[in-house]
Design a protein around this ligand. Structure first.
Ligand SMILES: C[S@@+](CC[C@H](N)C(=O)[O-])C[C@H]1O[C@@H](n2cnc3c(N)ncnc32)[C@H](O)[C@@H]1O
Length: 327
């Protein structure tokens, strides 16, 4: 399976903010927990021969493509790519990468959340209503730990479907769509993206079926978040990453959904107020893509980047160390 090229969002901003504190002539370690097409990981490697990267992805296609790229660019000595959900990274990295902690920890950790272009462009993965495909949507399609979208659509109770479509998709016709799904699945199991798209389409009033946004957009997004338990995994991971940072090290998270951004914002705030490990939030407001980036890649339009730094002693509790300006 060819891996669709992924345009890395906010690449320049992430790399410059995560690398600007580096003052060393020894190896410096970065973690890219959402390797995808490797855009961010490789950019770290291109910056400086002392930079080392430890990456994860849970998607078999991303891993296969990534290993091939690492070999073809002869980077085996500088990057390790692990097959895992990033929620397990904090516990595994100490055993598998002791060299990072002999060096004080990570200088930078990056999460570029969600799915990659490959997921949307590969019909067989079931993420997109643009193509006929099985209703799967698991990033890790080899794992039985996750329900597929087909299982959710056909087996969840009607009220639970309403809740998911409303909370994760902000879908205004959530009730109508859930009721229609339940009616249809009594006749025949709903198995494909186009079958689901057709149901949603007919739940929309006629004058709203051909607007700028396809009627299926919100429900498909909601199902994807539920299938991969994206919000739960994110909430469980953020706080665990902070102890992996070296002094002056930074954690950067790019989110694409308001619910994700709220989790990042709140957990960063809680961490900055806690007495455990001092951290300072560097982005009072999130960094967003420039108009030029949005023009070149419309999928970047909802991106928000937030960054925090591990510090020796926190400055004034209510003052951000400094606000990053858009370049
Ligand atoms: C937006 S893409 C990252 C793109 C990458 N930064 C680049 O420049 O090519 C997100 C990637 O993270 C992976 N991913 C999302 N959630 C994950 C999780 N909980 N654990 C591991 N990988 C995850 C997805 O499979 C996908 O490949």
């Amino acid at each position: 399976m060819t891996y669709t090229k992924h345009y890395s969002v906010l690449k320049k901003e992430c790399i410059s903010h995560l690398t600007e504190n580096v003052l060393t002539d020894e190896s410096v370690y970065f973690a890219d927990l959402t390797f995808g097409g490797g855009g961010h990981s490789f950019e770290f490697l291109y910056q400086n021969p002392l930079f080392q990267v430890r990456s994860t992805d849970q998607d078999p296609d991303a891993l296969k493509n990534g290993q091939a790229r690492i070999q073809s660019e002869k980077m085996e000595k500088r990057i390790k790519l692990f097959n895992t959900n990033f929620v397990r990274f904090p516990e595994m990295v100490k055993n598998l990468c002791p060299e990072v902690f002999e060096n004080g920890g990570f200088q930078g950790i990056l999460l570029d959340l969600g799915v990659s272009s490959h997921h949307f462009d590969e019909a067989g993965r079931g993420f997109s209503f643009r193509f006929e495909g099985p209703l799967d949507m698991r990033m890790n399609y080899t794992s039985d730990d996750f329900h597929t979208a087909e299982e959710i659509v056909n087996e969840y109770k009607e009220e639970k479907l309403v809740k998911i479509f409303t909370e994760y998709g902000e879908e205004k016709y959530a009730k109508k769509i859930a009721a229609k799904i339940v009616e249809e699945r009594k006749v025949k199991r709903i198995k494909t993206t186009k079958e689901l798209e057709n149901i949603i389409f007919h739940c929309y009033p006629k004058d709203q079926r051909y607007g700028k946004t396809n009627p299926s957009t919100r429900v498909f997004q909601a199902l994807r978040l539920e299938v991969n338990r994206e919000l739960e995994v994110l909430s469980d991971t953020i706080t665990q990453l902070i102890p992996l940072l070296k002094m002056g090290g930074r954690l950067a998270i790019i989110s694409f959904h308001s619910l994700e951004d709220r989790i990042v914002k709140n957990l960063f705030k809680t961490a900055s107020e806690s007495h455990d490990i001092p951290v300072q939030i560097l982005t009072k407001k999130p960094i967003v893509p420039t108009e030029e980036e949005i023009f070149n890649n419309s999928r970047s339009r909802s991106a928000k980047l937030r960054i925090l730094e591990r510090v020796e002693i926190k400055k004034d509790k209510n003052k951000y160390k400094r606000d990053f300006k858009q370049e």
